[in-house]
Write a protein that binds this ligand. Structure first.
Ligand code: RIB
Ligand code: CA
Length: 304
């Protein structure tokens, strides 16, 4: 039985790989996709998301979300993904349009009408999720869990201590971690290990249409390199849903720093329980890297 999923995303080249996996993994049933400003502007992440849905001929509604973090100006990651956010591939034209309502309302409407609890997956800044929880707290009853790519128990990748998705909107992340929702945090502790090898990357163009397109995008993706391997941050959140057994999780109290001049966006992961606070997240600290690579090869082979 496949599990219903809502995916909030900021494509984003590693987001594109995650979207391929959520569409073609037999365990998952994507009910709605929503976009958020992050890697690039929300206009660009929405355009990119629509292009991907058209590429895969996916009958999935899309709603555009927040254009900026809750309080801070947007800082993007075009230096990692290119100015378009998905540099390297010319997608064909299409007539697809987003829904005529914002992401947090589209998520709320789906949750309130779903006959079963739905898993939320967030692989960009948590702005839309924070808006949902603040505006429509009543919908929490039908959220099975929130799985995020974000944070780190160790060093950051956007500032010395903060991972990008959390660093862009620390206030949103703090609201989410304080919500009481069941959270699974796939942070840099595992996503920096989730590296596709140069050999696998080199073979992608002959896999299928999806492999050819992802190879073109990966050639412009700056989280690693084609010669040393590429870090598939967002794919980890999808891998957790399809192959939870390849992750080692620990229940931890996680606080998000919002005040620090140098530390805003840091996820303080209390692995040893030194703060005496109850755990508010299952934090992924270990990954079976070969198991991850096997799953990626399996699921991308199922794609168009
Ligand atoms: O830190 C990695 C995260 O930031 C990924 O979601 C990537 O797409 C970027 O948004
Ligand atoms: Ca992302």
């Amino acid at each position: 039985m496949s599990q219903p999923i809502i995916l909030d995303t900021d494509p984003g080249i590693d987001d594109a790989a995650a979207i391929a996996a959520v569409l073609f993994a037999p365990e998952l049933d994507l009910k709605l996709m929503t976009t958020v400003a992050g890697n690039v502007s929300v206009e660009k992440t929405t355009r990119n998301a629509l292009q991907l849905l058209h590429f895969w001929q996916a009958d999935v509604p899309l709603a555009q979300g927040a254009a900026a973090p809750l309080l801070r100006p947007l800082r993007d990651a075009a230096y990692v993904h290119g100015e378009s956010g998905m540099e390297g591939y010319d997608f064909i034209d299409h007539q697809r349009q987003p829904l005529a309502k914002p992401a947090f309302q589209a998520i709320r409407d789906l949750l309130m009408h779903s006959p079963e609890p739905v898993t939320l997956v967030a692989i960009g800044p948590l702005t839309n999720i924070a808006l949902l929880l603040s505006q429509y707290p009543e919908c929490q009853f039908n959220i099975r869990r929130l799985v995020i790519m974000g944070g780190s128990a160790g060093r950051g990748n956007f500032t010395p201590n903060a991972e990008f998705n959390i660093a862009i909107d620390p206030e949103a992340a703090a609201r989410v971690f304080q919500s009481g929702l069941p959270i699974v945090m796939c942070g840099l502790d595992v996503t920096n290990q989730a590296v596709l090898t140069p050999e696998y990357l080199a073979a992608l163009p002959t896999l299928n249409k999806t492999g050819e397109m992802l190879h073109a995008l990966f050639s412009h993706y700056r989280s690693g390199s084609m010669n040393s391997g590429l870090r598939m941050h967002d794919l980890c959140a999808i891998a957790y849903l399809a192959r939870p057994e390849i992750f080692t999780l620990k229940p931890c109290f996680v606080a998000v720093e919002t005040q620090g001049t140098y530390t805003a966006g840091t996820t303080v992961v209390d692995i040893e329980g030194r703060l005496g606070q109850p755990a508010n997240a299952e934090v992924a600290l270990g990954l079976d890297v070969e198991g991850f690579r096997r799953w990626v090869a399996e699921v991308l082979a199922l794609a168009l």
